[in-house]
Design a protein around this ligand. Structure first.
Ligand code: BEZ
Ligand code: FE
Length: 302
């Protein structure tokens, strides 16, 4: 329909043209990217509503859910990120933004537990402060795409304990900075540290996102993993995990974070000499995690 006086398309609401009419209200947005994003948002949102045809009560319930999601957020809890995670959107954004390259280590979600700075530690240090669980040695080497070692790289690690809890989930009960460490690779790009084998665990499910999982008969669990954030000057920062081969939930991660290349064997070592060299009891578990990170293009941001 056109306005009789101006001949321009009418901005009066019309079911057929609803997306076009609302998107038209953004026509003067100076930032072209913002205009494009809002136009697509309106197109998809209107398409969704036309497909689903929610009743007013259902729409109110949806708004109530999003309101509760916002109200559940605190300085240490991000329920919207969790919602994005369980809907697979975090993984989609992550994957779309990772440059492809067969030799590069794949990325995965950061998760909500990287909320405190990891304490700087020496190579070989033990990040476990509880003294229980299966001892393990983690070794690795940071390389660039040409296979050259990246010396002086930061390797930030954090993980759950043998009961599936991060330190920040049990403040006062678990030692502060338990199972966290910030390491620096040697000139050969190598890093190594002692830890324990982490356990699988449920994502925080006492909020609206947990309610959604229960309403849809989905479990909240993640397979056991160690988080890594690897960075170095002139290199693109990599956020990823190393998953424990054989852990439950590898094929049904609540946040869709598993990529086959990130699953690693934690071998059992019962050689007393190697145990003594590593400063671990016999037997211990050992995992090696070779990491290849990309070079930043000249002038590019991380
Ligand atoms: C995590 O691995 O720490 C995590 C990731 C996404 C949601 C919840 C937890
Ligand atoms: Fe985690």
């Amino acid at each position: 329909m056109t306005e009789p006086t101006t001949g321009r398309p009418s901005a009066l609401f019309d079911e057929q043209r609803s997306a076009e009419i609302v998107a038209g209200s953004f026509a003067n947005t100076p930032d072209p990217r913002l205009r494009a994003v809002l136009t697509k948002l309106v197109e998809h949102l209107h398409g969704f509503v036309k497909d689903v045809e929610p009743t007013p009560q259902e729409w109110q319930a949806a708004i109530g859910f999003l309101t509760e999601t916002g109200q559940t957020c605190t300085d240490t809890r991000q329920e919207f990120v969790l919602l994005s995670d369980v809907l697979g959107v975090s993984m989609l954004v992550d994957t779309l933004n990772q440059r492809s390259g067969a030799e590069l280590t794949e990325s995965t979600v950061e998760g909500p537990f990287h909320v405190v700075d990891s304490p700087p530690r020496e190579l070989g240090d033990d990040i476990d402060q509880q003294g229980k669980g299966e001892p393990c040695l983690v070794t690795g080497r940071v390389l660039d795409p040409a296979g050259e070692p990246v010396g002086g790289a930061s390797v930030d690690v954090w993980q759950a304990n043998d009961e599936g809890f991060y330190d920040v989930q049990r403040p006062g009960e678990l030692p502060e900075h338990n199972l966290r460490g910030l390491f620096t690779t040697d000139e050969d790009g190598r890093f190594w540290f002692r830890s324990i084998v982490p356990r699988h665990y449920p994502i925080p499910d006492d909020g609206p996102v947990g309610g959604m999982l229960r309403a849809t008969a989905r479990h909240p669990n993640r397979p056991a993993h160690i988080h890594f954030e690897v960075s170095a000057p002139g290199m693109r920062t990599l956020t990823t995990h190393m998953f424990v081969a054989g852990t439950p939930y590898l094929d049904s991660d609540a946040v869709f974070g598993v990529k086959p290349s990130l699953i690693h064997e934690f071998a059992t070592v019962d050689d007393p000499q190697r145990a003594a060299e590593a400063g671990l009891p016999v037997p211990f578990r050992w995992v090696d995690f070779p990491v290849t990170i990309d070079r930043l293009e000249h002038g590019a941001q991380e």
